[in-house]
Ligand binder design. Sequence first.
Ligand code: SF4
Length: 329
Amino acid sequence: MNAATTTAPLLKVENLVKQFPIKGGLLGRVVDHVHAVDGVSFELAAGETLGVVGESGCGKSTTGRCILRLIEPTSGQVWFEGRSVTGADKTALRALARDMQIIFQDPYASLNPRMTVGAIVGEALTIHKLTKTAHEYEDRIVHLLETVGLSADHLRRFPHEFSGGQRQRIGIARALAVSPKLIVCDEAVSALDVSIQAQVINLLEDLREQFKLSYVFIAHDLSVVEHISHRVAVMYLGRIVEIAPAKLLYTDPKHPYTEALLSAVPIPDPSVKRKRIPLQGDVPSPIRPPPGCHFHTRCPIAQKGLCDVEKPQLKQTAEGHLVACHLRG
Ligand code: SF4
């Protein structure tokens, strides 16, 4: 079942699959595949934030990059405002790139160290010919820097002169330069200290209001996405195993994997006790994911002969709450 929103979607992802070939032998033939994304479907409404969470290697970042076609999906469909992203040619993709932007985890690696902050933020203005005069160009960059909490003084400085949080603000200003409607935040705050994380998340929330943005907010930690997300999707080995309005997912998780992830999230109120559900073992290799339910090798309630054989489909358990589990769906 598709994880649908109630309003017309801004973004629609249908049965997205990405397999990375593994080459080997003397002739460099394809000997196997990494099954990074295995049939992901969801919709995102305008102004909505969807948190996407899972351990590393679950395919969340690959999903984000396939949506923007920074990585070519193996199969599946992506639509943005009814326009096919997966079917777009170079020209159409360039137009779509103005509407869909990405912010990366490591702002230092994604910012050219030899370019000034002004040049980094202004690059897209030049590519898309968004300003007419040098004066307008500089004004626009200063305005973007101020919007993200930096200033005109930073214009001629280089990325290494900034802290991690400030560098992420530069990345956000760069993404905002083309006035996008959707931003994929790919582990955008994961590398930052907790207090800086909160500042950047607050900034992203303010910008969402101010510019009517939508986010696909990717993180490996449920606590990070809790406050910014309207809905949250939990991924495991390339599949969405649960997707629900954020409140529902945090108060009434259905999937055993979500329960385990949630049990590790600290609760600020010390009087509230949460039973820790330890996850056994590591995430299995995405080269040969376990058959049936991918989670059956680590699931505390797995049923032999069912979970290791049949793939569970996403089923609705409450309004907007979908879970892929034979015993909880
Ligand atoms: Fe566990 Fe089976 Fe549900 Fe998978 S389908 S989560 S193995 S109970």
